[in-house]
Design a binder for this molecule. Structure first.
Ligand SMILES: Cc1cc2nc3c(=O)[nH]c(=O)nc-3n(C[C@H](O)[C@H](O)[C@H](O)COP(=O)(O)O)c2cc1C
Length: 336
């Protein structure tokens, strides 16, 4: 396969909600979005709890659904159900290092069980007509307990259309910096596209990583929660389009909170609003106190009131202007 657009927003549990995906899409019509990770067992059981997470909205395309599990036939069934909704790709999670997931032998556990990993990919391949991808870590307890290049080649041989590499071993979580040299080695060994992921904080770093690692695309996670417009800046920089972009921070903040109400059930409003607010408050000069205030409110209407009040008191922070991907002088905060 060939990727028409080289940028992707990473799957992030409890964060890549429809509300945030809608905000990212407003700035970039082409970026490939991801759902939150979806338990294959829950999808197959038709669990009500998952339905809002698995729903696809008009703004979502192109969208990849990420599935989690370790049973090959269950994963294939879940992939087929999601594929019916129409999607760009089904992505298999081989990177999650949360203890409750590892206890079940899922996520990053699959990278130390190549036979099972192969069976999962092969059975999903048979079940889906959409692209099939795998998002992998590059080790489990250390960088030496898995051969990441051999593992990635096995994924390619088993039918994956592309592979996304987050080059930290699982037990590192987010500690230390991502080792992009491993991604470069994987890229050199594979024929299918390799997407690089890890620690991208600006459009300039995204392009530099793509160049130095030779990878075919870039996936951005945490920085895209703080800067949902980052993919637009990346594509402008890649196309050498010297465009100006003005972002209305208050409107975007309120819009995501409003859409959280619109697209998710009430029991998820507070947690999802806060998850987004934690990252997005980083745009404010007094982000820490803004987030502390958000936490005090039991519902999204209260949080929206806090945001409005913050920008009423700090009008200079309401908008940021980017010229050629760089914030213009006078922009507040530490944005790219
Ligand atoms: C809160 C949070 C939730 C995440 N959830 C998932 C997930 O569900 N599936 C997955 O493959 N990776 C998940 N990740 C990892 C990201 O997709 C990505 O690989 C990682 O954040 C490194 O990219 P970054 O440095 O651009 O953030 C999560 C990361 C964060 C911060």
């Amino acid at each position: 396969m060939r990727l028409d657009f080289p940028f992707m927003m990473a799957p992030m549990a409890e964060i890549t909600t429809p509300a945030l995906r809608c905000a990212v899409r407003e700035y970039s019509p082409d970026v490939i979005l991801h759902s939150e990770m979806l338990s294959a067992a829950a999808i197959v059981a038709g669990a009500q709890k998952n339905s809002s997470m698995a729903e696809k909205h008009p703004f979502d395309d192109p969208l990849a659904y990420q599935i989690l599990g370790s049973d090959p036939s269950m994963m294939a069934d879940a992939a087929a159900i999601l594929c019916e909704k129409g999607c760009f790709a089904i992505d298999i999670n081989m990177g999650c290092s949360a203890p409750d997931i590892l206890k079940k032998g899922q996520g990053a556990c699959l990278i130390r069980d190549p036979h099972r990993a192969r069976a999962v990919v092969e059975s999903c391949r048979k079940a889906v007509s959409a692209n099939l991808s795998v998002k992998m870590r590059t080790g489990f307890r250390s960088y030496d307990d898995v051969d990441p290049v051999g593992f990635a080649k096995m994924l390619e041989d088993s039918g994956a259309d592309y592979v996304t590499v987050h080059p930290r071993y699982a037990k590192l979580g987010f500690k230390r910096t991502a080792d992009w040299e491993i991604t470069a080695r994987i890229k050199r060994a594979l024929k299918i596209p390799v997407i690089g992921n890890g620690d991208i904080t600006s459009p300039a770093t995204a392009l530099e990583r793509m160049r130095s690692c030779g990878c075919d695309g870039i996936m951005i996670g945490r920085e895209a929660v703080k800067s949902p417009w980052i993919f637009r800046l990346c594509s402008d920089m890649l196309g050498q389009k010297g465009r100006t972009l003005e972002v209305d921070i208050e409107k975007l903040f309120v819009g995501v909170l409003e859409n959280t109400k619109k697209y998710l059930p009430a029991e998820l409003h507070k947690s999802r609003g806060l998850r987004f607010g934690f990252y997005f408050s980083g745009n404010a000069v007094y982000g820490h106190s803004l987030f502390t205030m958000l936490r005090k409110h039991p519902d999204l209407d209260g949080m929206i009131g806090v945001v409005r009040e913050y920008y009423r008191r700090n009008p200079a922070e309401k908008t940021i202007t980017f010229i050629n991907g760089i914030p213009s002088a006078g922009a507040a905060g530490s944005r790219q």
